[in-house]
Design a protein around this ligand. Structure first.
Ligand code: FAD
Length: 406
């Protein structure tokens, strides 16, 4: 089978599914994306795209789109919740590009989605197709959609998010678990904050039981914030809902005036229940595999969920390209390359819930001392293994060809 005749069906047109579709079609595969929504939309919020992900997107020809739409922050600035004292300041901008070869961007999700949509041929994206059934018939995978349509592909990729139907069909319907955190998100027009003189950094304010992140997007015209609050239960029907600004302000009572001023300046906020799942040992069965949040949902406390989804697509394309004659083997190579890395990040993201939210006391003083020494998860030394990774690299021959020595 030649690459151009290998067909790949991708379920889900989020940031993960679309970037995978682009990686796969640039590698010569015949790709179709099926999305349940009738229009392609991202939530009104920002996303950080670290060098490991911008490397992949540059390779896919999106360097100019990122440079146009993204903001390159000067630093990460981690601060104390009440007096704003600096806990750690890590330089970004030119320094991160010099260290890892690619920029770190903060970008509006809709702008990134638009860039991906423009790059994937429109006739390859099928909207209004909600996957309802799938079967692996040995040499093909058959899929059924709620609109009555059916399709077949040589490979099926479940990029259908944390509540993935594909994952449920492959590995059972274990439910995503509520992490005990909710996130209020919003975008504030920057001109409302002029008096604050907010610097162009990604700021993370840490305090007891909660933290607050903010950074600019859209040419610094909008300030994106994420306000994370611990709470015991999530009782609303939906996992995302319109939030009440007054509730968010109450949750940050007593916090630094800059945090409260940003919250006070927003017109509307949405509240997300944050779910995750433990890492899986396998993502693939036969010709079907998982990608992005479907395979490795994580708390957003390392800002790596979308970045890892983008990496997944690049590595999947590289593995399939190396072994079109044995697709199940190529998918096993893909998961062997990806699962250790994403599982580690799932664990680190969960640990940050505790670290970021320590009550004032001895443990928090220890954490602050470690940060002052530059020995934490966002110092350059500690993030190098994440940011220097090249997900586009071809897999070692022994992973994709039987009998090859390691
Ligand atoms: C508050 C917050 C902040 C974050 N910040 C960052 C950050 O700074 N950096 C970062 O890298 N990550 C971040 N993340 C994580 C990131 O948003 C996700 O990891 C990423 O968007 C997942 O992309 P995905 O394509 O895998 O899934 P999704 O975006 O969930 O896309 C799944 C798609 O599949 C479709 N779908 C679902 N079921 C079906 C079906 N049965 N049939 C057809 N289509 C279906 C859905 O409609 C959707 O379009 C953050 C997350 C949160 C909550």
């Amino acid at each position: 089978m030649t690459r151009s005749t290998v067909t790949v069906g991708v379920i889900g047109a989020g940031l993960g599914g679309l970037s995978a579709a682009l990686s796969l079609s640039r590698a010569g595969f015949d790709v179709r994306v099926y999305e349940q929504a009738s229009t392609l939309r991202e939530v009104g919020a920002g996303v950080q795209i670290s060098p490991n992900a911008s490397r992949v997107l540059h390779g896919l020809g999106l360097a100019e789109d990122l440079a146009r739409a993204g903001v390159r922050p000067l630093a990460w600035h981690q601060r104390r919740w009440d007096d704003g004292r600096t806990l750690l300041r890590t330089p970004l901008a030119d320094r991160i590009e010099a260290a890892f070869g690619y920029p770190h961007y903060q970008i509006h999700r809709a702008d990134l989605l638009d860039a991906l949509v423009r790059a994937v041929p429109a006739d390859r994206i099928h909207l209004g197709h909600r996957l309802t059934g799938l079967s692996d018939v040995g040499d093909r995978v058959r899929v059924d959609f709620d609109n009555g349509a059916r399709a077949e592909a040589d490979v099926l990729v479940g990029a259908d998010g944390i509540h993935s139907t594909v994952r449920g069909r492959l590995f059972g319907d274990d439910r995503a678990r509520f992490t005990g955190c909710v996130a209020y998100r919003g975008l504030v027009p920057a001109d409302r904050l002029r008096g604050l003189d907010v610097e162009v950094t990604a700021q993370v304010w840490m305090g007891p039981g909660r933290h607050f992140v903010h950074y600019f997007v859209r040419d610094r015209r909008l300030l994106n914030f994420v306000a994370v609050v611990e709470q015991d239960t999530w009782t609303r029907e939906s996992w995302t809902d319109r939030g009440d600004v007054a509730d968010a302000l109450r949750a940050f009572d007593g916090w630094h005036p800059q945090v409260r001023a940003i919250l006070s300046a927003v017109d509307e906020t949405y509240v997300w229940a944050l779910f995750d799942r433990p890492p899986l040992d396998r993502w693939s069965a036969g010709r079907i595999t998982l990608l992005g949040d479907a395979g490795h949902p994580m708390l957003p406390f390392m800002a790596q969920g979308a970045a890892q989804a983008i990496e997944d697509g690049a590595t999947l394309a590289a593995c399939l390209k190396s072994s079109t004659s044995d697709i199940p083997r190529a998918l096993r190579a893909y998961e062997r390359l990806r699962i250790p890395r994403t599982s580690r990040l799932q664990g680190m993201s969960a640990e940050n819930k505790t670290r970021f939210h320590l009550p004032d006391g001895p443990a928090q003083a220890d954490r602050d001392a470690q940060m002052a020494a530059g020995a934490t998860d966002w110092s350059f030394r500690a993030v190098a293994w994440i940011y220097e990774h090249d997900a586009t690299a071809a897999p070692a021959p022994h992973l994709v060809h039987p009998g090859r020595a390691t």
